[in-house]
Every structure is written in C-alpha cells, then in structure tokens.
Design a protein around this ligand. Structure first.
Ligand SMILES: NC(=O)c1ccc[n+]([C@@H]2O[C@H](COP(=O)([O-])OP(=O)(O)OC[C@H]3O[C@@H](n4cnc5c(N)ncnc54)[C@H](O)[C@@H]3O)[C@@H](O)[C@H]2O)c1
Ligand SMILES: N[C@H](C(=O)O)[C@H](O)COP(=O)(O)O
Length: 338
C-alpha cells in the first residue's frame, strides 16, 4: 500500500478514554487535506457514532474493508468493525472492554504486516485497566515486541522514543518502579539502546550521523563518584563502547542542565535513565506536538504522547493535536522506510 497520502491503521485504545473522540476530530482535520495521511480505525462503529453525536461532531462513520479505506476516507471515517458493545462509559472504564482493546492492537499489527496499511498508530490504553483484566505487558511498547515476533518472526527489542520538533528523548528503562532503576541500568542495556537509536535515526529520520547524548542517573551525573558511581561504572563505559563502534555518543551529562534551549541544540536525541527524567522535559516543552514512537520494530508505530485522560473524556474538550502529529509522523516514517 503506497498511496501518495499513505494509509495508517489506528487502534481504538480504551473506549472510555479520549481516543474515540480524538479519532473523530483527527478525521475532521485531515480528510480534506490530500497531503495528510488517510487512516482507518479498528473499533466498534456504534460507539464512534454515539461519541460523534454526543459531542456534536459532524463525522460520518462507515464500516469498511481496509482495501476500501483510502477511497472512502475523504467522505467518511473508515471503521474496521470490532464486534460487540462497549461496556464502559466515557470517563468510567470497564475491564470487560480489555479483550477488544488488545484485539484492536493485534489486528492493526496484522494489517500493517499484510501490507493493508503503511503504519500503526495507537490510541491511549489504560495500563492499569488492562492489567486488572490479565494483560501481561507494561504497555504497548513491550507488547509490540511480542507482536513483531508473532507476525514478522523477528525478535525485536522495542525502544521508546518521545519525539517533537524541539526535543527527542528515550527512556532507557520504561514502566518500572523507580526503586528498580539502578539495578536495571546495565552497560548491555545502554549499548543496545544506543545502537537501536542510532540505526533508527539514520533509517527512519534520515540523519547521517545522529548526535546522541546520555544523561547521568545521579545528581550532577554523580559528581565524580561522590554522589553515585553508576556514571563511572556503567554509563561512561557504555558511551565509550558506542563511540568505539563509530556512533556519535556523548555523556553522561547532568540531567538538570540537559534540556534548556542551547543544550538542546547540541544533540539530536537524549537517552535518559528513567521514564520521568525523559518524559517530563518533553511533555513540558511540547505536550501538544510530541509523539511517542517505538524504535527497534520491523514496522512503524507512533502514538500521541498523552494518555486516556478519563478526567475529560465525557466533556468533549480533548485536543487532537498530538494524535494528528502521530498520524502525520507515522506516514512520514513509513515512507522513509519504504
Ligand atoms: N500511549 C498510551 O497508551 C498512554 C500514554 C500515557 C499514559 N497512558 C495511560 O493513560 C492513563 C491516564 O494517564 P495520566 O492521567 O497520567 O495522563 P493523561 O495524559 O491521560 O492525562 C494527564 C492530563 O493531561 C490532560 N490531557 C491529556 N491528553 C489531553 C488532550 N489530548 N487534550 C486535553 N487534555 C489532555 C488530562 O485531562 C489530564 O489532566 C494511565 O492509565 C496511563 O497508563 C497511556
Ligand atoms: N510512557 C508513555 C507516556 O507516558 O507517554 C506511555 O505510557 C505510553 O506507553 P506505551 O506506548 O508503551 O503504551
């Protein structure tokens, strides 16, 4: 599938969150723009139509096959129909919806693998709701590694990137308790993460020699060992090994001074030691334009940088900017990969 505007498979995410509303709003913003990607959503058509009615969104919703989606997109939001009814209410999630939430992700990867879509974009899931229903993964990122093996027969090591025009960050450890971070930060992890970031910034983002910086773990990057030794024993040796392999890796640098404007000009991507060290700066600088991208996969996956926002899901006020950025970026990355 290589239509000029590209075709993206969008999952529905948690149906009680803002995902369905965002999909409707993204269609309204993109359907008439021939330079924007087309997309279909894998969801319950009745639920989408209900959400559109409730929020007064004038979006025709039509059940279709993936093969019909590109032609249909200019006049209606194509829906690959999930069977059954949504159990949760907007703002009040229900674990009874978890199986279909997961099925939507699986189906989307299968369709990208078959060539029926160019890239995958995921709407937000509530990890806590899925895990109460027995889902074994911390989030999409890790689950997509399993789906890469299932559909592509490839062992993948998924790496989380949050990308925006002003800052790109990678948390080396992702959804783990903070107390576990020091023992999870190993040379092997940091070298493998650096290699994947380097390869995907070249292949997908088109940078000839990505400039990669590493943050420290401790205050002042350990202050020469007086405030922690991970920088000396683990991070600096990993950076040295990457440099020996010809990768433009530098650091570790103190995290508190890595994100101001002139510091950001000196690198293309910062690899940080834990989730909030990476995500606080980017969500502060670019909440409405940042995109979550999974590197290290045999297919392109992006998502908005925010979550299910249950607190506003019944209000109709959700901003679709990050989902729209995710849709646009996924099509661009898929073209670069083709
Ligand atoms: N990609 C994903 O699947 C993903 C990403 C982040 C969080 N989550 C999940 O989402 C759930 C809720 O997480 P959270 O509350 O920490 O973060 P959140 O991003 O859902 O919400 C944080 C705050 O930002 C606001 N907000 C978020 N998106 C918005 C939008 N598009 N327009 C306007 N306001 C918006 C919310 O109303 C809330 O006040 C958690 O279960 C978490 O695991 C999923
Ligand atoms: N850590 C991400 C964030 O806070 O934006 C988010 O939870 C998404 O994770 P997955 O893409 O793995 O679901």
């Amino acid at each position: 599938m290589s239509a000029p505007r590209g075709l993206v498979a969008l999952t529905r995410g948690d149906p009680s969150g803002i995902g369905p509303e965002l999909a409707l709003k993204a269609w309204a913003a993109l359907h008439a723009d021939a330079t924007a990607p087309a997309f279909f959503i894998i969801a319950e058509a009745d639920h989408l139509a209900d959400v559109a009615r409730r929020f007064g969104l004038n979006v025709p919703v039509e059940v279709a096959d993936p093969a019909e989606a590109l032609a249909l997109f200019p006049r209606a939001l194509p829906v690959i129909g999930l069977r059954g009814k949504v159990a949760g209410a907007l703002g009040a999630p229900d674990t009874a919806d978890a199986a279909a939430t997961v099925a939507s992700i699986e189906m989307a990867v299968e369709l990208v693998h078959s060539g029926a879509a160019d890239a995958l974009v995921t709407n937000p899931i509530a990890k806590e709701v899925l895990q109460r229903a027995g889902f074994a993964h911390p989030g999409h990122t890790e689950f997509l590694g399993e789906l890469a093996a299932r559909f592509y027969g490839q062992k993948a090591r998924p790496v989380m990137l949050l990308w925006s025009p002003t800052l790109a960050v990678v948390p080396a450890t992702i959804h783990v308790p903070l107390a576990q971070v020091p023992r999870l930060i190993t040379r092997e992890l940091l070298i493998a993460t650096g290699e994947i970031v380097n390869a995907d910034f070249k292949r997908r983002f088109g940078l000839a020699a990505p400039r990669i910086v590493f943050s420290g773990l401790n205050p002042h990057a350990g202050e020469a060992g007086h405030m922690g030794r991970e920088e000396i024993e683990i991070i600096a040796p990993a950076v040295a090994a990457l440099r020996e392999a010809g990768i433009d890796a530098r650091g570790p640098y103190p995290a508190d001074t890595l994100f101001h404007a002139s510091a950001r000009e000196k690198y293309d991507v910062a690899i940080c030691m834990y989730h909030d060290q990476a995500l606080i700066p980017i969500k502060t600088l670019a909440f409405d334009s940042a995109v979550n991208v999974t590197l290290g996969l045999p297919f392109v996956r992006t998502s908005p940088d925010h979550g299910t926002a249950f607190d506003i899901a019944a209000a109709g006020t959700a901003d679709p900017a990050s989902l729209i950025a995710a849709l646009r970026l996924s099509a661009k990355l898929a073209k670069a990969q083709a």
